[in-house]
Design a binder for this molecule. Structure first.
Ligand code: COA
Ligand code: AMP
Length: 630
């Protein structure tokens, strides 16, 4: 069937489309219908079903006689180790961990924070939670103690599962001291913590509160899968919003199972048994959907890669992993390819490996620039597919669905909407614009299964952030164009979110941190264009009158403050001191104009600017650090 027929089939009868997709899931009690719209604009899917995620991701494959198939390959160039875990072994490990959690009082609905690097135990912890109906919230290792504390206070976990350390090239990330620091900052305290001790660093355990991963499972009865309602939250994943308070995106159990399973064949073109690799991190949505859940639900082999595209040990690592483990579909961020291309522009390392197993490559997380796609396509000689989605949606809004049909690629476009998504480009008044015209990208409600039904204990914020500007639609926060053929082009964010190396960050959150510096009177953070990471944050600092300390010292302290409060992942290293910030007459900071100046782009003088002379001062300050070149 052609893509347009599949999409039209969904449009004609969404209910039948999703009920049909639901047949691939093992239900304890099947859903009586797909959509539950009685609380619109809050929509739910398959709410009256009973189901268990871990059963579908693990046990059912063992029951079906595929227990010896490899479920997880851990490939860790940073520790020089590799490990293979079969489905039956995974089932036993997860059942034991789940049993131990339950023995310590973790029940259906309790929250568990997981703070771990790219090791199989991170997936086992996620699956153990889903086995007993606990709601996990994975926190990315590149966040600092303060960010972890904010999440602890928001989701109030009964238990925190962490590793003793992570390994970044050139340094050990001390997870346990970071966790201890977070618990000193947070008001909420978990009943207990479980620490997986790695060889590279054995952490100190707090008597009575911290338990050793292995020790606490000893002699405990393994847990069976506990059925949960279709609308039971499978997890909470925090993502950047417009302030320092992250948004707790939740995912319902049944919708996630149905939608993710559907994507594995239709979007990623793999069959059960094939090896699928998403080179991301469990702390991001790509890690949730495509390192852990989707490949396992679909019966694939997933790779947990603990390394970087370059430097672990070289720019050939991706090709080594693909060739060695026979990866069929590979998913990464454009930044990763830009990093590889910078070190190996002619693809000489690619030639060292047999990549005949590789059939397709997928890029997401940030805009995929045509140069990078063309380079990858020329080097790898397989389709390189840009696809667009967000933490909120959990799976692709737009893609080139290779498992249905390979559509013509248009460089710069993540192709066309997937079934389930009625994507519209709207003007400021909420009216659809003509093809080729720029507008806010919105999705007509309801969103499909597997997307966010609301935010964790913040329904008002959900409605205000996503459903209010354009009634009847979900507002993506992205601006773009749809052409005559229905291809989308994602052009910019409409809010202050920036994308640094495929990581989504809030400039508002960074401004809150900078404003807390005692010498800073006012500040603004913008995202400037960066050849490698797509964007980099850059701060403008206006100091308090009478501050006579050297500016370099204040800048250094501000850089350290963001690293300590948000984390190294913010990659905040650029800041300048200025006397004033450019503003409109009503006092709104002209961040967009500052971005154009920094990037050396032409811009139109804003009609509402209060004092145009400030722009010259901004330009000079930016030139002093190598930006704002003509
Ligand atoms: N735990 C702790 N620290 C982490 C971390 C983690 N899991 N991940 C990143 N960091 C740290 C890095 O060590 C770095 O610290 P530093 O300032 O001390 O050097 C900082 O956060 C910034 O990291 P990053 O933006 O990743 O930059 P980098 O220079 O280390 O690496 C790339 C550059 C391009 C190789 C890297 O960004 C990359 O692999 N990108 C792909 C992104 C990706 O997969 N995104 C997922 C979305 S799909
Ligand atoms: P995250 O929630 O971290 O996955 O970030 C989602 C945001 O990243 C989107 O709203 C976009 O701004 C951006 N993004 C993700 N994928 C793409 C893509 N393929 N093209 C352009 N932007 C993208």
């Amino acid at each position: 069937m052609a893509y347009k027929d599949v999409y039209a089939g969904w449009q004609q009868d969404p209910e039948a489309f999703w009920m049909d997709a639901a047949q691939s899931i093992d239900w304890v009690k099947p859903p009586s219908k797909a959509l539950f719209d009685d609380k619109a604009p809050i929509y739910e899917w398959f709410s009256d079903a009973q189901v268990n995620t871990c059963w579908n991701a693990v046990d059912r494959h063992v029951e079906a006689g595929r227990g010896e198939q490899i479920a997880i390959i851990h490939d860790s160039p940073v520790t020089q180790t590799k490990r293979w875990i079969s489905y039956v072994e995974l089932r036993n490990r997860v059942a034991s961990l789940a049993g131990a959690l339950r023995a310590k009082g973790v029940e259906k609905g309790d929250r568990v924070i997981i703070y771990m690097p790219m090791i199989p135990q991170a997936l086992e912890a996620m699956l153990a939670c889903s086995r007993i109906g606990a709601v996990h919230s994975v926190v990315f290792g590149g966040f600092a103690a303060h960010e972890l504390a904010v999440r602890i206070d928001d989701c109030k976990p009964k238990c925190i599962i962490a590793a003793s350390c992570g390994i970044e090239p050139g340094r050990v990330v001390h997870y346990k001291p970071l966790l201890d620091g977070a618990l000193e900052l947070s008001t909420h305290q978990p009943d207990f913590c479980v620490i997986f001790q790695r060889e590279q660093e054995v952490a100190h355990l707090e008597e009575g509160r911290d338990f050793n991963w292995h020790g606490f499972q000893y002699g405990v009865e393994p847990a069976d899968c506990v059925p949960v309602d279709g609308n039971h939250p499978a997890y909470i994943l925090y993502t950047s919003g417009t302030t320092g308070q992250p948004k707790g995106v939740i995912r319902h159990t049944a919708g996630q199972l149905v939608a993710l399973n559907w994507t594995m064949k239709n979007v990623y073109n793999v069959d059960p048994g094939d090896v699928f690799w998403a080179a991301s991190d469990v702390g991001w949505v790509v890690g949730h959907s495509y390192i852990c859940y989707a490949p396992l639900i679909h019966g694939n082999t997933t790779i947990v890669f603990e390394g970087k595209p370059v430097g672990t040990p070289d720019a050939g690592t991706f090709w080594r992993v693909i060739s060695e483990h026979k990866v069929k579909s590979f998913f990464t961020a454009p930044t990763a390819f830009r990093a590889v291309k910078r070190e190996d522009p002619k693809g000489e390392l690619i030639g060292k490996y047999d990549l005949s197993c590789l059939k397709q490559v997928y890029l997401a997380g940030e805009r995929a620039d045509p140069d990078t796609i063309t380079w990858a396509q020329t080097q790898l000689k397989v389709p390189v597919i840009d696809h667009w989605w967000q933490t909120e949606t959990g799976w692709a809004i737009a893609a080139n669905p290779l498992g249905i049909e390979e559509l013509p690629v248009k460089l710069g476009s993540p192709s066309v909407p997937m079934p389930g998504y009625d994507v519209q480009i709207l003007d400021e008044g909420g009216h659809p614009v003509k093809p080729g015209e720029l507008g806010a990208i919105a999705i007509k409600l309801p969103l499909p299964p597997g997307t966010l039904p609301t935010l964790w204990q913040a329904e008002d914020r959900y409605i205000k952030s996503y459903l209010t500007n354009f009634p009847g639609y979900y507002e993506t926060g992205d601006a773009g164009i749809m052409d005559e053929d229905g291809y989308l082009y994602i052009m910019a964010r409409t809010d202050d979110v920036i994308n640094v190396a495929g990581h989504r960050l809030s400039t508002g959150g960074m401004e809150e941190v900078l404003a807390s510096h005692p010498d800073v009177a006012e500040c603004a953070v913008i995202g400037v264009t960066d050849d490698l990471k797509g964007q980099l944050p850059l701060g403008f600092l206006c100091l308090n009158a009478g501050t006579d300390r050297p500016h370099e010292d204040i800048i250094k302290e501000c850089v350290q403050l963001v690293r300590d409060q948000i984390g190294p992942v913010a990659a905040f290293k650029l800041a300048v001191v200025v006397d004033r910030l450019p503003k409109t007459r009503s006092g709104k900071i002209l961040r967009g104009t500052m971005v154009s100046i920094a990037d050396g782009k032409e811009f139109k003088m804003p009609a509402t600017i209060d004092d145009p002379a400030i722009l010259d001062e901004i330009k000079l300050a930016l030139q002093s650090i190598g930006y704002a070149k003509a």
